[in-house]
Design a binder for this molecule. Sequence first.
Ligand code: XIL
Length: 361
Amino acid sequence: MKGNTMTNPSSTKGPSNRSFLALLALTATLLITACDDGHDARPSLTLRELADQRGILIGAAARPGLIANEAEYARILAAEFNSITAENDMKWKATEPKHKTYTWNNADAVAAFATAYGQTVRGHTLVWANEFQFQVIPDYVRNAVDVATMQQYIDDHIEAVVTRYADVVDRWDVINEPLETLGPGVDQNVITATLGEAWMLRAFQQARALDPTADLYVNESLTTLLPAKHAGLLALVKRLIDAGAPIDGVGLQAHYLGGQVPAALQSVMEDWQALGLKVAVTELDIATAGGDLQSHATGYASVFATCLAVSACVEVTSWGFTDRHTWLNDFIGPESTPLLFNEDYQPKPAYTAVAETLAGD
Ligand code: XIL
């Protein structure tokens, strides 16, 4: 049986029940009095509410260990965002470190949280083969004995993950970082060197067949900073679509430095729009220049304003939401302070700037 009726005031008779009701009445009176002070009593809206009103997704990358262990982390994640991306826990090594050996707990926890709070999930990512920064390919895939076996591993992985999360994930980064990090060519990682671009086409076709309602994306880094890389991605996506790949959108990672958002963001989005594709900012963070929170705020506001200005832009997801827990603490250091909330979970000027942008102020 759940709970203890002895401690449930509504089931308790006599004086203690009356004092509970009196306390409720007093609380209500205090609340009404607090609102009736001549000021606008309208509570300020959360970013989530504002984004809902504008019809865009506002997301954050999240870690299940923090959801479980830091109440303030979970509270803000639920209140301020209408979408979640698992920062690491839906990746190949996290979900299938060995062939057909699945470790779903962490990914399930992210999915369950999103479901509980009515959030959408961006699935990140089915196949990420560029190993410029991180060892992302499971060893068994890297060491596949022949071409057919490697393709089978990819097929099996996509089938298992897409099937498991078909009810929760409404868009997938099917392929992450297909290009060379500094572009414009297709990255010749072990998977692409072995299978050619054909594996990419097959991955999209398979994902579509397994979950026909999910939007399917290519996600890439640095395309708003490197025009040649953007051109390279346009060429690859056109080739894949011409070959029959069901691609719905393109993700712009948007890891920015020095408080600067590249001027090309809007024209890059418009190039994808011109192809009839959706575009999403999938991994936004803006490392501050010497802790300058004003240019940081201006940068965040401009990303949201640009998304609102381009009808194909459906989403802005930041890569975390609190400076307390950002991958940049490991890669740059604590001075990067790239996110919307500080290390004590207080909203930063960027939070207010995004709220004002979404509100249309
Ligand atoms: C990063 C995570 O934030 C780190 O915690 C992890 O150690 C490595 O991966 N591009 C991507 C993301 O597509 O998956 C990466 O996430 C950051 C760069």
